[in-house]
Write a protein that binds this ligand. Sequence first.
Ligand code: UDP
Length: 310
Amino acid sequence: MRVVITGAAGFIGSHLADALVDRGHTVIGIDNLVTGDLANIEQLRGRAFEFIEHDVTRHIRVEGAVDVVFHWASPASPIDYLKLPIQTLKVGSLGTHNALGVALAKRARFVLASTSEVYGDPLEHPQKETYWGNVNPIGPRGVYDEAKRFAEAMTLAYHRHHGLDTRIARIFNTYGPRMRLGDGRAVPAFMTQALRHEDVTVFGDGTQTRSFCYVSDLVDGVLRLMEADTHEPVNLGNPHEVTIEEIARTIIRLVGSRSRIVHQPLPVDDPKQRRPDITRARTLLGWGPKVGLEEGLLRTVDYFKRKLAI
Ligand code: UDP
């Protein structure tokens, strides 16, 4: 197949590109490098991979036939979308529209990277795909949450109105090599701090929960979703739920760090709990995560050590 990935130089996008090229497909990666990094796709040089540096909020031009479009471009860390609020809204809305336009013109399948943030600060726990969410549209996180909710609505409108073959992956917290060191999310922040023996900054009292999925499991789920026959959103994530205090302690222990935990104010609208119900993914895709938290964290530590030259 010939596949387009927007956001191909990003964390998950680049792993997705690797997996598709490994399976014998040709990938056209598009990225404006606002949060992506060419170092993430260096290993694809000389392989069936072409890179186009482009901002997908502007018209996207792709020559030749395309079988699948993966729309992965977006800032995805709370501090990134606080710094880039308009770009985040634009890539989720205009960028999704443009990426859908490519899929329609090429009669390609379209796969949207959506997010557990569509559930906001969830009042239903764990979160099933049928839950409509609890999002503050005008809070600082609203730029991401609403852009992704719009992206889902637009994707289903293309499916219903144009008969486009679409998929929606609701991606829960994912971690692994190629997360940006300074992207501010819990795992890269704690790892960088622990490896440098600096204070580990837990926001709030640390009792808020997340469920962390290792990136290879996530990519496996995305590829199964691409091949499955469903237009409904599908949660992809690891249901193993931990408190943020727990993940901070685990990282400090695995790194063998002398860091102490310090508490800082909780960001506005920070979800108190998050865990995917993955019954749909298990049933429709025969998918479930395989990499345990400590195993995944250890693989990620190796990457951070190399990046920090430790
Ligand atoms: N968090 C933290 N310290 C940090 C970064 C994040 O305590 O240095 C917390 C954050 O407040 C949230 C959780 O870790 O409760 C996960 O945050 P992240 O930014 O990784 O992703 P989110 O799930 O909020 O999108």
